[in-house]
Design a protein around this ligand. Structure first.
Ligand SMILES: *Cc1c(COP(=O)(O)O)cnc(C)c1O
Length: 403
């Protein structure tokens, strides 16, 4: 029974007391179950996605998965590991090079549709990050990337890191991995894949092709807390060579040493992440996987995708509206044909009515509304009601405009 006074409140409310164990599970030595279940859950999830064997820990693999708190952290970890790796490589070739002289020249790349967290990783990591112009489907293509690489190398800069996005935040577009991947491998650039939202869909065989090319990546990440029914927070990250991560940030002060750490058989996740202490996040994954099963999770994803197509066809039947990007998963980008002003007015009207909530985006210079299917309990009836409501708001806006 927990005696700490700060837990009395929860006891009185009839909730389970949140006991702090005498030794926090900072270390593998203090809570081996926390580590072990995480390794096993990440392998289970990796197998659900049909990730290449190289990303799995298995029995003797060099890769493996780790649960981070967010996709932003995963991208940052990948960028920092890639930065350390390139610094070590260049210093091995030319020992007179200082770290500062190298970092100053490092350049990372992502598409102009990448999430702002990618730009932030560049800011925090202290390296330049360049946005590659995406094509007419909002995808990063190899020609545009190659052009940037050639230009930057000619200017004496050092390309080292590329983030490809699968399922962009703006419109759920997909960078062309099969084109971009081989170039990254050839040029020795670390390829990180950010599939924060879309990654969950890859457990369905019919969507797995969207992940083709993952074999070229060094690290891959998605958020089960976004679309796989695992409560916030839970961001799943895999690396092909875990030594790249653990080697980049390893520190072993006396107070964190333990007897079997150097055996080589122990995963110490503190070397894979920024914080030291960690939560038992794999437990909630275990519960979700056991409760739903792979089939249950697949059915959940399929239902959402089907509902987004249902909304898409409603929009397409109304000549006042247009669809702005290909609908692949649970997101529909649409707008009234017409000015940005009229669409901004429509969004404002919809969100102030507070029946549904839409988050907008800009696609090139167009202001676009985004209809996202994401609730656990969503049904066709909700989509129909939402569309009727949107049409009503649109009629009001169009009428006001004519006055
Ligand atoms: C949501 C999202 C992110 C940010 O995820 P966090 O876990 O909140 O950091 C990054 N990239 C993409 C593509 C996203 O959809």
């Amino acid at each position: 029974m927990c005696q700490e006074p700060w837990n009395r409140g929860s006891l009185e409310m009839g909730l389970a007391p949140a006991c702090t164990p005498p030794v926090p599970p900072y270390l593998e030595a203090a809570s081996p179950a926390c580590t072990e279940l995480e390794t096993v859950m990440m392998d289970w999830l990796g197998k659900m996605l049909e990730l290449p064997e190289a990303f799995l820990a298995g029995k003797a693999g060099e890769g493996g998965g780790v649960i981070q708190g967010s996709a932003s952290e995963a991208t940052l970890m990948a960028l920092l590991a890639a930065r350390t790796k390139v610094i070590h490589r260049l210093q091995a070739e030319s020992p007179e090079l200082t770290q500062a002289a190298i970092v100053e020249k490092l350049v990372a790349y992502s598409s102009d549709q990448a999430h702002s967290s990618v730009e932030r990783a560049g800011l925090i990591g202290g390296v330049k990050l360049k946005a590659i112009p995406s094509d007419s489907n909002f995808a990063m293509r190899v020609s545009a990337l190659q052009e940037a690489l050639e230009r930057d190398k000619a200017a004496g800069l050092i390309p080292f890191f590329v983030v490809a996005t699968l399922g962009t935040t703006t419109c759920c577009s997909f960078d062309n991995l099969l084109e971009v991947g081989p170039i990254c491998n050839k040029e020795g650039l670390w390829l990180h894949i950010d599939a924060a939202y879309a990654g969950s869909a890859f457990i369905c065989p019919e969507f797995r092709h969207l992940l083709n090319g993952v074999e070229f990546a060094d690290s891959f990440n998605f958020n089960p807390h976004k679309w796989l029914l695992v409560n916030f927070d839970c961001s799943a990250m895999w690396v092909k060579k875990r030594a790249d991560l653990t080697g980049a940030f390893r520190l072993d002060p006396t107070y964190l040493k333990h007897s079997h750490q150097d055996s080589g058989f122990i995963t110490d996740y503190r070397h894979w992440q920024i914080p030291l202490g960690r939560r038992f996040r794999s437990l909630k994954m275990w519960f979700v996987f056991r409760m739903y099963g792979v089939k249950g999770l697949q059915a959940y994803i399929r239902k959402h995708v089907q509902l987004s197509h249902e909304f898409e066809s409603l929009v397409r039947q109304d000549p006042r509206f247009e669809i702005c990007a290909e609908v692949t998963l649970g997101l529909v980008c649409f707008r009234l044909k017409g000015s940005n002003k009229v669409n901004e007015a429509l969004l404002q009207r919809i969100n102030s009515a507070k029946k549904i909530h839409l988050v907008p985006c800009h696609l090139r210079d167009k202001f676009v509304l985004r209809f996202a299917i994401c609730s656990r309990t969503v049904e066709s009836a909700h989509v129909q009601v939402a569309w009727e409501h949107i049409k009503e708001m649109a009629a009001d806006v169009l009428q006001a405009e004519r006055k």
